[in-house]
Write a protein that binds this ligand. Structure first.
Ligand SMILES: Cc1cc2nc3c(=O)[nH]c(=O)nc-3n(C[C@H](O)[C@H](O)[C@H](O)COP(=O)(O)OP(=O)(O)OC[C@H]3O[C@@H](n4cnc5c(N)ncnc54)[C@H](O)[C@@H]3O)c2cc1C
Ligand code: FES
Length: 289
């Protein structure tokens, strides 16, 4: 009979230990409901993922399936992985029935993500619509944790209603950093208490005071948001396209550039994206359609 150590070494011989199709099992530490549909999952991994902000993982349940979920915490949390999961269908529906100490499978991290070095000493404008704040939180958190390494940060966050607004407590903490300006908006207050503004995320764009040469713009939100925010920016500012980052979502299966489910023109969103520089999209007409 083959022993564990022989099995380990034979797995390494065949490269199975680093096989990106084979998930690791991780324990759920807590699940906190953030809204009626979204919960924050804190998961303890056997080893740190060493991810970049903006990357994603494939979260799975044996016998049920897998789905792509953005990593929502910064890279400095060791074995802790934070994800916000919306109850949308088969896999996410079952994930929402789990509890602390249950096990889930994780593959990844996958995708391009953001390189924090690109952002150091730059002014940054971040625009997040709805669930778009979830992946962008993995970028915002390390920027806030090392704020003196970065310039002025403007964050515009839009939600449909106050009930759907995410991470409000943490956003209050971000507001306390110097040179951080945050605008929280909802489309409709829905007759609930709300101390932010109302309107679309495009509305504050014209009032931003930015140094175009030293500013990076980052967008993540529903597909319709990109077109209108970019039009508004182009009307007021001349930020070069390679200083604009968009975080795109596509249906994903493998996460590895093998199955083709996430194809945008000639690229696989799971490998080359989900974070793209806007300058890359001139060759990808399907990207924002
Ligand atoms: C890179 C990436 C990051 C993501 N990050 C998150 C995240 O942080 N949190 C989160 O809650 N979700 C995220 N998603 C979306 C998530 O992957 C889907 O909601 C999930 O696959 C649904 O799986 P399911 O089995 O529960 O639903 P299914 O039963 O497969 O489908 C339920 C419904 O959702 C639709 N659907 C499935 N996948 C997508 C998709 N990618 N885009 C739009 N509609 C879809 C289906 O058409 C169907 O109508 C991300 C997707 C990608 C590609
Ligand atoms: S998800 Fe399979 S190629 Fe991108």
């Amino acid at each position: 009979m083959i022993g564990t150590s022989e099995l380990d070494s034979s797995m390494q011989d065949y490269g199975i230990a680093n096989n990106p199709y084979i998930p690791i099992m991780a324990e759920i530490q807590s699940i906190e409901a953030l809204t009626a549909r979204e919960s924050l999952f804190k998961v303890i991994l056997p080893e740190p993922l060493n991810h970049r902000p903006g990357q994603f993982v494939m979260v799975g349940l044996p016998g049920i399936g897998e789905c792509a979920i953005s990593i929502s915490n910064g890279p400095e949390n060791g074995k802790l992985l934070e994800m916000v999961i919306r109850k949308a269908g088969n896999v996410t529906g079952v994930l929402h029935q789990l509890k602390a100490s249950d096990m889930i499978s994780i593959r990844g991290p996958f995708g391009s993500g953001f390189h924090l070095d690109d952002f150091r000493h730059k002014d940054i404008v971040i625009i997040a619509g709805g669930l778009g704040l979830v992946p962008l939180r993995s970028l915002i958190t390390p920027i806030m944790d090392h704020k003196s390494d970065y310039g002025t940060v403007h964050i515009i966050i839009g939600s449909r209603t106050p009930r759907e607004a995410l991470f409000r407590h943490q956003i209050q903490q971000w507001k306390e950093y110097s040179n951080v300006h945050i605008t929280e908006l909802v489309d409709d207050t829905d007759f609930q208490d709300w101390d932010g503004g109302t309107g679309l995320v495009t509305e504050p764009v014209g009032q931003l005071a930015i140094d175009e040469k030293n500013t990076l713009l980052v967008l993540c939100g529903p597909p319709v948001m990109y077109k209108f925010v970019l039009l508004e920016f182009k009307m007021y500012f001349n930020i070069p396209d390679d200083q604009i980052f968009v975080d795109l979502e596509r249906r994903m299966r493998c996460g590895l550039g093998k199955c083709g489910h996430c194809q945008i023109n000639h690229v696989y969103c799971c490998k080359e994206g989900p974070v793209f520089r806007y300058s890359q999209l001139s060759e990808l007409p399907e990207a924002l359609s």
